[in-house]
Design a protein. Structure first.
Length: 162
């Protein structure tokens, strides 16, 4: 038993932030592959990004955002619309390398949007969540984290960076 001290909320925000960092690094891999004319490499990195974002977005949208809807309704709707757009472009690579010649540029444009999207969450939504959510609400967020997992093991899990 752990008397609530705020550690759960900080751990959740830390994990979400780590996942953002991983996505930014992977988007660098996309740019490198694009520079090399390596569309299959872009698609592979896109699948890796999608794997990180699948549970990450679920924690944000099913865990965090519902508790903040009264405070930031328009902002959250815009972030969710951006999530759907990002998912759609990444999904084009789900089963292999997209044959649409427009896809590589769509992916680069989308990842550019994602790099703007991440600070909006980290600078606005996450601090607001830390300020607003109650202990019970953080427990509900934790339950979503436990259900959906993460594609980016934290140091606490003992995973090595390989
Ligand atoms: Fe996020």
């Amino acid at each position: 038993m752990c008397e609530y001290c705020g550690c759960q909320s900080l751990a959740t925000i830390r994990d979400l932030t780590n996942e953002h960092d991983t996505v930014v690094n992977l988007s660098g891999a996309v740019q490198t592959a694009h520079h090399d004319g390596n569309t299959p490499g872009m698609a592979e990195a896109a699948r890796a990004i999608a794997a990180v974002l699948r549970p990450h977005t679920a924690v944000e949208e099913a865990g965090l955002f519902p508790f903040m809807a009264a405070e930031l309704p328009g902002h959250l709707a815009a972030l969710e619309a951006e999530h759907r757009h990002i998912e759609a472009v990444l999904a084009a690579a789900a089963d292999g390398t997209p044959t649409d010649p427009a896809w590589p540029q769509q992916l680069l444009d989308t990842l550019g949007q994602l790099r703007n999207h991440i600070p909006e969450e980290q600078d606005d939504v996450f601090p607001a969540a830390l300020a607003q959510l109650s202990a019970e609400e953080w427990e509900a967020v934790e339950a979503v984290c436990a259900r959906v997992g993460t594609a980016v093991p934290t140091s606490a899990t003992g995973a090595s960076a390989g």
